[in-house]
Design a protein around this ligand. Structure first.
Ligand SMILES: NC(=O)C1=CN([C@@H]2O[C@H](COP(=O)(O)OP(=O)(O)OC[C@H]3O[C@@H](n4cnc5c(N)ncnc54)[C@H](O)[C@@H]3O)[C@@H](O)[C@H]2O)C=CC1
Ligand SMILES: N[C@@H](CC=O)C(=O)O
Ligand code: NA
Length: 429
């Protein structure tokens, strides 16, 4: 049986686990694909570096472009990350008719169009299951299993690092910095963890999810993004006191008229009874709501070398089978071309804590401001007295524009000493 030759680009956290699994499961993979998968070469940045896995030195090269261009290479796995040289290497592989498996959500959300076009013209496959929610089979269900349904909403936790940090802050009182360091040691964080904590990674994943769910092209820059760096131990404790937990959520939702959709990533309070509240450590969980299927929930390991490599291997088997059968997997589907609506039009709820003077008339002034912006209050609670008084308000649903205007107005009121914290509330409508 002629082997399918595989070029691996990058031998870090994910790449080293891909090599391990290809080696350990070689027999099963051969049987499942219908031909042996043979590692043709491994592109690395530095040859002499100590690695998590032993690799035959004869396979290592620092010339990724030459490896991709080799005539005997059938499939390229890209696990370098970042925009360049990953984009040029993937385009080079696809335009030569090779198939590509990638975990690179940053690139897919920045310039997926170029990659998909190269796959279309080169007649190869572009598979990217590992790019969103690590090991969890989520993109193939959206791309294939739900291709006959009408997806209305995708909502979930898609970044392991931030979930790990928020979970540790909530459950052990760990500091943000300590929890981030642990997540980095465990191989969950991106090379630059700013991508995780500022929400860029989740925004890239949200763009990919929205594109697949709504058959439209979405770029990361169209995603409303807020990270978790401003969340303090006080926010976490205050959420806890109210029976809530703070999670970084990605939400992609069609508008009621179905002509547009919103796509956003931000921290939000959710009730502890909500299924997403029980998603701990670096686990991810995503709800998909489709018209006929109803609600589906996907849960599992969203980060880490072995779980991510599992998704890469699944794609490797799929593209290997396609090559042997002379077929291709599904192409990009953007026929609906729906527009992304601005964040201001999104309907959400808000939790706000105000440091106020504890004197008559304060509550009336605050309530009047909410009414002026047509934002209805669900609950008000006062904590503390005198100079330590704090009003904790939870609103009913309103547009994000109205909620933002209300917060601006509150900051300008003389009786409000400080808007101590503002957080959206999700999951209890
Ligand atoms: N670590 C995780 O949990 C997950 C990672 N991913 C994605 O997988 C990809 C890889 O991530 P990790 O393995 O965690 O990153 P990593 O930083 O551990 O590995 C990347 C490797 O690529 C090498 N590299 C950089 N430039 C290169 C070049 N020009 N030629 C050859 N090698 C080069 C680096 O030296 C490094 O060893 C990224 O796109 C990441 O977003 C996706 C899901 C989960
Ligand atoms: N850094 C990412 C890795 C997986 O995509 C995360 O923490 O989720
Ligand atoms: Na996945």
């Amino acid at each position: 049986m002629k082997p399918l030759k595989v070029a691996l680009l990058g031998c870090g956290v994910v790449g080293s686990q891909v090599i391990r699994l290809m080696h350990e499961q070689a027999g099963d993979l051969t049987a499942r694909v219908g031909a042996p998968l043979e590692l043709a070469g491994v592109a690395v940045r530095r040859l002499g570096r100590k690695r998590d896995i032993e690799v035959d030195p004869a396979l290592l090269t620092t010339d990724a472009e030459a490896l991709v261009a080799r005539d005997d290479v059938d499939i390229v796995i890209e696990v370098i990350g970042g925009i360049e040289p990953a984009r040029s290497l993937i385009v080079s592989a696809l335009s030569r008719g090779k198939s590509v498996v990638t975990a690179n959500k940053a690139l897919l959300a920045e310039d997926g169009a170029t990659l998909h076009e190269a796959a279309r013209t080169g007649r190869g496959d572009l598979y990217f299951e590992a790019s969103v929610a690590g090991a969890i089979p989520l993109l193939r269900p959206l791309r294939e299993s739900l291709a006959g349904d009408h997806v209305k909403r995708v909502l979930g936790i898609v970044n392991g690092t931030t979930n790990y940090i928020l979970d540790k802050m909530d459950s052990t009182g760990a500091s943000f910095t300590d929890a981030l360091e642990e997540a980095q040691t465990l191989g969950y964080a991106e090379a630059d963890p700013t991508a995780d904590v500022e929400g860029f990674d989740a925004a890239a994943k949200a763009a990919i999810l929205a594109g697949l769910a709504f058959h439209s092209r979405v770029r990361a820059e169209e995603v409303h993004r807020e990270g978790i760096t401003d969340i303090t131990a006080t926010d976490v404790a205050s959420a806890k006191a109210m029976g809530n937990v703070i999670k970084l959520l990605a939400i992609c939702a069609r508008s009621d008229d179905g002509r547009s959709f919103g796509v956003r990533v931000h921290p939000a309070m959710i009730p502890r009874s909500h299924p997403l509240a029980g998603v701990r450590e670096a686990y991810n969980a995503v709800f998909v709501e489709a018209e006929s299927a109803g609600q589906l929930m996907f849960y599992g390991k969203g980060a880490g070398g072995a779980p991510t490599a599992s998704a890469v291997l699944g794609d490797l088997v799929a593209v290997g089978r396609n090559r042997l059968a002379g077929t291709r997997g599904p192409e990009e589907s953007t026929y609906a071309s729906l527009a992304v609506h601005p964040m201001g039009e999104t309907v959400t709820r808000c939790h706000v804590a105000l440091d106020v003077a504890d004197k008559p008339g304060v509550l009336a002034q605050v309530a009047e401001l909410f009414a002026k912006h047509d934002v209805s209050i669900q609950t008000v609670r006062q904590e503390g007295h005198g100079d330590d008084a704090q009003l904790v308000i939870v609103t009913h649903r309103a547009t994000d524009a109205a909620l933002s205007a209300t917060m601006e107005g509150l900051r300008e009121l003389d009786i409000v000493r400080a808007v101590a914290s503002v957080m959206r509330v999700e999951g209890d409508e």
